[in-house]
Ligand binder design. Sequence first.
Ligand SMILES: N=C(N)NCCCC[C@H](N)C(=O)O
Ligand SMILES: O=C(O)CCC(=O)C(=O)O
Ligand SMILES: [Fe+2]
Length: 357
Amino acid sequence: MTTTSPTPSSLPIIDISPFFDPHSTPSARYATATALNTACTTYGFFYLTGHGIPESKLNRIISLARQFFSLPLSENNKIKRHHAGGPEGGDGARGYQGMGENVTLGRRDMHEAVDWYREWDHAPREEGSGGKGTYKMLQGPNLWPEEPAELKEVYEAYVEELQGVGMAVVRAMGVALGLGEVGKGAVEGEDEEVFVRATERSFWVMRMIGYPRLEGSPDVVGADDMEAFSCGEHTDYGCVTLLLADPTPGALQVLLKDGKTWLNADPIPGALVVNIGDMIQRWTNGLWMSTKHRVIHKGEGYRVSVPFFFEPGFEARVRPLARCVEKTGGVKKYEECVYGEHLLGKVGGNFYGGEEV
Ligand SMILES: N=C(N)NCCCC[C@H](N)C(=O)O
Ligand SMILES: O=C(O)CCC(=O)C(=O)O
Ligand SMILES: [Fe+2]
């Protein structure tokens, strides 16, 4: 485990606006796609501008997150996640999780969080012993806090906007990979809109995360396990992560291609930090890798971030695209997988005790 301090950030900045503007010129879209290809090939991480969400709205999201985490634990626990299949009617994943409940690489992470997923509230519900019935992992309704009162409305609107941003990014990705248009040389079913179709009913995830500073942090249960990482190194699971974080520098770190240098991904005001997930790696046959990253918050104050994971549909089947197999030496590196199964495998191992699946 290296502890050398990361070099300053130099991640590329991608202006996505040509993929929103119906009047944009082909050359403007081409310029964005080209820059995106370089960013995804070299880093798998970049800053996104031109997404159309005003900075004031982004600041509101951060301040509501901060407000929620500053409430007493008893208040936070009103939306505590409950075990899937348990008597409380939970789905194991949605809701509030306390400090150290999340686990990465077998170690407790030093953060607390609330997770929301695409609604699945009409899922079959079996009668449990507690009378409330029980959901399968990931299938229940979302849990929203009473305080701050406006959080639900503001966050739901934010999810709508971010789905549009995610769509624009995956549309640009199809162009960036040179997948081609239908009827103009594209492989059948694998044209430049392939990611757009796969994410049409995105099984998105939004996390609201709170990170106390690591050094001198309060003595919480199992603190000896949690000294090292705010969030241990990992890749994200799906397509594109659209991360909003407060201005704290030095916390989010990205592993470079050399496999040993960590680069700070410090926030740029108004921009989102974007990274690609495991499904993009599979589709591109490893041409674009889902980059490892981690959080070590030793800076000032309590850090908050709100990543939004724009993902394929739960049932989406993901296999290497013929064009990408060609570009990577002709050998298919991954078997077909179903996104929802990949997700269940990950989420099931994410909690301390691992009693979930
Ligand atoms: N939905 C996403 N991508 N969440 C990322 C969380 C990463 C940490 C997790 N404990 C892990 O080990 O994967
Ligand atoms: O808080 C951050 O900056 C990143 C969090 C993250 O990587 C994740 O939740 O997947
Ligand atoms: Fe992540």
